[in-house]
Design a protein around this ligand. Structure first.
Ligand SMILES: Cc1ncc(COP(=O)(O)O)c(C=O)c1O
Length: 378
């Protein structure tokens, strides 16, 4: 392609606009549809399947990202320190309690590298967030999956029995994904208080801000007293940064040092660092996201109640609900309507997991599912 042809193609033309006086990068982003409020996908499809935050990046974080791009040619050291300090302030912990990761997924991988081994099994619930057990494919360790109790809590009795037999890593996802349910923090605390140091607790609190049930509270209070407790959090959910990849662990300084030995150098990126700092400083962000989520949840509850479809109580930004009829067909029909509504979560194959989008997106879903009822499909 000659130079003239190159400059007139889409991406190259945008770049030419930015660098050639055709507009600033900020102006270009202003013109990007959906940037401000999170967007439906380019073809109009609404994605209600990945537990993301449909509000989009905080406006402050967006500005910070744009400003940070001037440093995109530099290694991100200047952002890492301020991010650690801001995060420590936000959490009321010390910088030496923190480990940063490329999303909390990296933190889970690091925890596996640091603590898991052929003689140290991972004890998890079933179903739960499955990523951590997937590392078994490349690192040899045994996974013991213990079904949730009838009231959809982690089965602490059985998990504890299993952990007592040898050094173990116990993964608690609370609130739990994919069920959205809570395990009593009082019961978890009772175990942690008595557990030997050879039982490592990974407390994944990805959805903590959405939890309103009184029986849930964060596990953070343990980190100074118990080096075997690691709290794992993410900027992907309430802070709407899933695409920028930023997560963290909070633990005792000796544990944090051990985890930090496994992190990759020069992480997080300039943009993730800038967005993280600005999001933490945006004092109304959590409130906005929780309020929007509650509105969407109401629409879903009312719709499911109206149709007589069962659902699980949720403390998250998603819900497990039943339909009457075949779930695969239901998802395909929703996809035909431009709505992506979930996938299988064995062994709960008779439930669909629906992530909450913007209220107007949930209205669209409500209209579609009511239409399905009229046709006798659900
Ligand atoms: C419970 C739980 N933990 C961790 C993650 C991973 O999040 P991140 O984007 O921080 O890697 C998810 C993502 O859905 C999740 O549901």
């Amino acid at each position: 392609m000659d130079r003239r042809g190159f400059v007139t193609t889409g991406l190259a033309a945008s770049i030419a606009g930015v660098s050639g006086g055709g507009g600033t990068l900020a102006a270009m982003l202003d013109r990007t549809p959906g940037w401000r409020t999170g967007k439906t996908l380019a073809d109009g499809t609404v994605k209600l399947s990945s537990n993301e935050n449909p509000l989009g990046l905080s406006p402050d974080a967006r500005e910070a990202v744009i400003e940070s791009l001037v440093d995109a040619n530099r290694y991100p050291g200047d952002y890492r320190g301020p991010l650690m300090e801001e995060l420590a302030r936000y959490l009321d912990v010390k910088v030496n309690n923190l480990t940063l990761g490329f999303g909390s997924t990296e933190i889970l991988q690091i925890a596996v590298q640091a603590f898991q081994g052929p003689n140290t099994p991972l004890i998890i619930a079933q179903p739960t967030f499955e990523d951590i057990s997937d590392y078994q494919d490349t690192m040899p360790f045994e996974v013991e999956a213990i079904p949730l109790t009838k009231d959809l809590q982690h089965d602490i009795g059985r998990m504890r029995e299993s952990a007592m037999r040898r050094p173990s890593v116990v993964y608690f996802c609370n609130p739990n994904n994919p069920t959205g349910t809570i395990t009593s923090s009082r019961d978890i605390d009772a175990w942690i208080a008595e557990a030997p140091e050879t039982t490592t607790f990974l407390m994944d609190e990805a959805y903590l801000e959405y939890a309103s049930d009184d029986s849930f509270w964060p596990a953070m209070k343990w980190i100074e007293e118990k080096p075997n407790v690691i709290v794992i959090r993410t900027f992907s959910k309430i802070f709407a940064m899933a695409g920028l990849r930023l997560g963290y662990a909070v633990s005792h300084p000796t544990t944090a040092r051990r985890l930090n030995e496994h992190t990759v150098q020069n992480s997080p990126s300039v943009v993730a660092g800038a967005a993280g700092i600005a999001s933490l400083k945006d004092k109304d962000l959590v409130n906005r996201a929780v309020t929007m989520n509650a509105e969407s949840k109401d629409i879903v509850h009312q719709t499911l109640d109206g149709l007589g479809l069962d659902y699980l109580p949720t403390n998250t930004n998603f819900i497990m609900h039943r339909i009457k009829g075949d779930l695969g067909e239901y998802r395909n029909r929703m996809a035909d309507e431009g709505l992506l509504v979930g996938r299988d979560f064995p062994p709960m194959l008779d439930y669909n997991r629906l992530s909450f989008g913007l209220p107007n997106e949930m209205d669209r879903w409500a209209e579609a599912i009511k239409g399905f009822r009229k046709k006798g499909w659900i």
